[in-house]
Design a protein around this ligand. Sequence first.
Ligand SMILES: *[C@@H]1O[C@H](CO)[C@@H](O)[C@H](O)[C@H]1NC(C)=O
Ligand SMILES: *[C@@H]1O[C@H](CO)[C@@H](O)[C@H](O)[C@H]1NC(C)=O
Length: 333
Amino acid sequence: MSKSTLALIAAGSAAAVPTSTLPNLPPITGAPAPQPLPTPVSQPVSSNLPLAPVNPSGVLKYGLTPPIPDTNITPSHLSSYNRMTRNPHWVAEHFTPQSLSQNNASRRNSVFYEDTTVPPMFRAKLHDYFRSGYDRGHQTPAADAKWSQDAMDSTFVLSNMCPQVGDGFNRDYWAHFEDFCRNLTKHYPSIRVVTGPLYLPKQHPDGKWRVTYEVIGNPPNVAVPTHFYKVIYGEDHLSNPGCKVALGAFVLPNTEIPNRKSLRDFEVPLEAVERASGLIFADKLPMERRKRLCTEVNCEVLVREFDKAKQQGNALNAGQKPAAQIAQESRRW
Ligand SMILES: *[C@@H]1O[C@H](CO)[C@@H](O)[C@H](O)[C@H]1NC(C)=O
Ligand SMILES: *[C@@H]1O[C@H](CO)[C@@H](O)[C@H](O)[C@H]1NC(C)=O
């Protein structure tokens, strides 16, 4: 699949989740915690039922497991890995004005490496990305971990990467978005960011919704996400456990985005990211402690490269969806 086709698909699928489903969302609080797998039982669950002649749980004795999320704790981030897509489910980081002010590392000293805590058959490999046309896109950015070389090095693990469109996205708008997050330390003493991939359905000409994504590597191994999300938690106190938290959720297509586009166009309800990702982000944060990030700060990326923006504008006119259309679609979230 060509990059521009991917771009179109990715941009188009911003409209993936119809707003009409929003009112049916379950309440954010009070969802049950995930339960461990039951141990095999041979008794029927209700005494009204006859003694079951079968025992489906008996298969567990052979080693059938629920999905294993390969949780990785590093100096720079905490991550949960998806063995099916070979990308993370989510990567969580934390930074403060003080952590960002320390400049003890250079990315020139860091190298990309495979996550050997993931079993080889499920691991993203360096050669999967080689000549794929995609960047190894950091989910927790290297620049957020300048406080130590070890911390920065740990952002280069492939379980912190997803294939990202390079020009116009990873090296441009996405990088500015990361800078926007760092700039939030001017307003909040403590920032948490959870970042990860999405694979969103797109409506096809026959009217049906399908998820289509490229898989890179030979044999094909690593999924190319159609979108990426960031959930931002701006904590208004470093250590007060009852502090207010400004929440912001954003979904961006994995495609070229002109610098002049407003970040507000990518803001979505937190529930939209939860529905699309299958994850829960703030179940334990009561409503009275929540604030909305974009009512507190100006959700714009300010980029000075006027020429670059103009260039991207031309490329956009040459065949991709107009920015206004992408904006409209992401608002349908
Ligand atoms: C980083 O450098 C600062 C000085 O700029 C030093 O005080 C601090 O201990 C260093 N931190 C680490 C984790 O190496
Ligand atoms: C972050 O702040 C700096 C300094 O004010 C500014 O130059 C830069 O444009 C900001 N970054 C973004 C992406 O808005």
